[in-house]
Structures are given as structure tokens and as C-alpha cells.
Design a protein around this ligand. Structure first.
Ligand code: FEO
Length: 170
């Protein structure tokens, strides 16, 4: 039997990841309206990845014969006042998700739930990559965002991103 606190946090994470997907869809929608289709593509794929993350938590609980409870997904609540605000909201959100993963890891560690710790290792690495990506995007926007030609090229670069399924398979 899984520790109740660990189970509860894993279950909550399904909702948090689905919220992340919803939030990034909102970002994608913002950039679609702006006519920046590359940025829209980048966040659309990000939304798909977040849905994958939710499914991994869902599947992990089910594979361990633990009950899953699905809750309502909150409305995206970030203030999307300008392009940079969106990018910064993305970084802030990823840092928040990292703290959630760390909290689950801590709870698993305290009860010597090595299986859950091993499962979470993939997410620890993934969060590191996502924070790096979010930071890189902000840096590029700071450097090139004010020049239309450079913004066009950055938009083209982000438009080339393609979806790949997560490397973690359960
Ligand atoms: Fe699944 Fe980017 O957190």
C-alpha cells in the first residue's frame, strides 16, 4: 500500500499537469491572436507535453492499484498583458511545478517509497529542462524581440518545434 500523503500528492499532480496543459493552451491562443504562429506552435506542443505528464501520474497510480480521483481544472489565471509577460509567466509556472515535484519527492523519501522516487527522477530532470527552455526563451526575446526582422526569425525557429512523446513509458 502506498503512503496516503504520497498518494494524495501524486493524485493532485494529475490536476496540476492538466492545468499546465490548459495554461499553455491559453498562451498558444494568445500568440495565435497576435499572429505569431511559431510561438503559438511552441506552446501548443508544450500543452501536449503537459497532458502527457498528467497521463504518466494517472497511469503510475493505476499501475500501483491506487485510486485516482479527478477534480475540476481551474481556469488559466495568468495576466497575458504582453509577449514578455507570457514568457515570464511560463517560467514562473515551471518553477512552481518544480516545487510541487520536489514536495512529492520529499514525501516519498520520508516513507522510503523508493519506487515513487525512481518514478519522479524523470520529472526532476524534465523540470530542469523546462526551466532552461523557459529561461532561454526570455533571453532570446530580450535580445531580439524589439527588432521585427529578428522576431520573425525567432517565430520561425519556434514554429519548427515538433511534438515528441515522453521518453518515460509506464
Ligand atoms: Fe509538467 Fe512543465 O510541468
Amino acid at each position: 500500500m502506498m503512503n496516503e500523503k504520497v498518494r494524495e500528492l501524486l493524485n493532485q499532480q494529475i490536476n496540476k499537469e492538466l492545468y499546465s496543459a490548459y495554461l499553455y493552451l491559453d498562451f498558444s491562443n494568445y500568440f495565435e491572436d497576435r499572429g505569431l504562429d511559431g510561438f503559438a506552435n511552441w506552446y501548443y506542443i508544450q500543452a501536449q507535453e503537459e497532458r502527457d505528464h498528467a497521463m504518466l501520474f494517472y497511469r503510475y497510480l493505476q499501475n500501483n492499484n491506487e485510486k485516482v480521483t479527478l477534480e475540476a481544472i481551474a481556469k488559466p489565471d495568468k495576466e497575458l498583458s504582453c509577449d514578455m509577460a507570457v514568457l515570464k509567466a511560463g517560467l514562473e509556472h515551471e518553477e512552481y511545478v518544480t516545487s510541487l515535484i520536489n514536495d512529492i519527492y520529499q514525501a516519498a523519501y520520508e516513507v522510503k517509497d523508493f519506487r515513487t522516487m525512481q518514478f519522479l527522477d524523470w520529472f526532476v530532470k524534465e523540470q530542469g529542462e523546462e526551466e532552461t527552455n523557459a529561461n532561454d526563451l526570455i533571453s532570446k526575446m530580450e535580445l531580439f524581440g524589439s527588432d521585427p526582422k529578428s522576431l520573425y526569425m525567432l517565430n520561425s525557429e519556434l514554429g519548427a518545434r515538433v511534438y515528441t512523446a515522453p521518453s518515460l513509458v509506464l
